[in-house]
Design a protein around this ligand. Structure first.
Ligand SMILES: Cc1cc2nc3c(=O)[nH]c(=O)nc-3n(C[C@H](O)[C@H](O)[C@H](O)COP(=O)(O)O)c2cc1C
Length: 353
């Protein structure tokens, strides 16, 4: 393990701060092995889905209907969620665990804490080093209040952390009315880490058909800006681990994530260029650290977190007024006299501010 890149995440020792995010690449033994060879510090398995787990349990409940004794039936039903679940996922976890040395983080896509949570116990027994809960939830019920959504999500953390001893990370969206408060509540509920952020499929519309276009949508370099800002804003205000996920496509992205205060940088879209990208990223981090006089990633972790800025020039306002006024001046269309439209743009900039 290189002293420079050694990283602690969820209490786990990682040899490097680049983690293979949950995706089809982390859903097979062969690719998990190749990811380890490529140098990732940990592997987050592709997610098991709450719906899959529930439907498997439901079909077994149905089969139990033929058992004569009501008492035996109740006993078996009560015990079922502890013993059953998507068997294939558990077997895959065991197989990956056997093949690789790096920590393996199991993952569940979930929206509620109902019924499926005891499946977490099976993942623990099968050898997961940690568990990631991907709260893949788009609340669409207008009757459900923000507080009810938050309680539902925090309820998942409470249910799982009371079931397993594994470190539990919560992979969340940025769409909470008070993200810092939600994160604090998640931490108090027992989450050992937050993954900022998950990414929902964003279907497009094919106007020719017309139909919904469902395709894999990979990240762009600029996508890092949202998780970067929130990592910097939250680091220093929370004790738990933070993983930055979204738009880490190069070594520069990894350095940015660490400067903002992330413990690790997740990569998924970058892996579509080939797993060799992990080595390239680490070479960049090594060189950048050496050029800047750092001997370990811990030395520059969080240097640019918000709580290090006391003059209001950090990520929160980010020179808001200067930047908007400057952008307006640069982009203002000029009319023949060069006055009226420039004035209008300036006014717009102030209206936004
Ligand atoms: C094809 C594909 C499948 C994914 N599957 C999962 C999944 O099963 N569970 C999950 O938590 N995230 C999943 N993700 C999201 C990634 O883990 C990651 O959070 C997201 O792609 C942003 O990171 P990136 O910018 O490095 O791609 C998937 C992403 C892609 C592109």
């Amino acid at each position: 393990m290189s002293a420079l890149t050694q990283t602690l995440y969820l209490g786990l020792d990682l040899k490097c701060p680049i983690v293979a995010a949950s995706s089809p690449f982390t859903g097979a033994v062969a690719s998990a092995r190749k990811l380890e060879e490529a140098g990732v510090g940990a592997i987050v398995m592709r997610s098991a889905f709450e719906e899959e787990i529930r439907s498997e349990i439901a079909s077994i409940y149905d089969d139990l209907g033929d058992i004569g004794s009501a008492v035996a039936l109740d006993y078996l039903r009560a015990d079922l969620p502890m013993r059953l679940g998507p068997q294939r996922y558990v077997e895959l976890l065991r197989a990956i665990r056997r093949e690789v040395v790096v920590p393996v983080i199991a993952s569940v896509n979930c929206t509620t804490s109902e019924q499926w949570t005891s499946f977490a116990k099976r993942l623990e027994v099968a050898g997961a080093d940690a568990l990631e809960l991907n709260v893949y939830d788009i609340p669409v019920d207008p009757e459900e209040t923000a507080e009810e959504v938050i309680r539902r999500h925090i309820g998942i953390v409470e249910a799982v952390t009371s079931t397993v001893h594994l470190p539990v990370a919560l992979k969340i969206s940025p769409f909470y009315s008070s993200l810092p408060n939600f994160c604090l509540r998640a931490e108090k509920a027992g989450a050992k880490g937050l993954v900022l952020f998950n990414r929902f499929l964003q279907p497009d519309i094919d106007v020719a058909a017309p139909a919904i276009r469902e395709d894999v949508h990979l990240s762009h370099e600029d996508d890092i800006r949202l998780p970067l800002r929130w990592t910097a804003l939250l680091r220093g205000r929370l004790k738990c681990s933070i993983a930055l996920s979204g738009g880490v496509l190069s070594g520069e992205g990894v350095v940015k994530a660490i400067l903002a205060g992330a413990d690790v940088a997740y990569v998924c879209s970058a892996l579509y260029k080939g797993f060799g990208v992990v080595g390239e990223m680490m070479s960049y981090v090594d060189k950048w650290a050496t050029d800047h006089g750092h001997r370990r990633v811990d030395d520059f972790r969080g240097l640019l977190r918000e709580t290090n800025f006391t003059d209001g020039h950090g990520f929160e306002r980010a020179h808001y007024m200067n930047i908007l006024a400057g952008a307006a001046a640069k982009t203002a269309p000029t009319d023949e006299e060069g006055r009226a439209s420039a004035d209008k743009s300036d006014r717009n900039a102030w209206e936004w501010a």
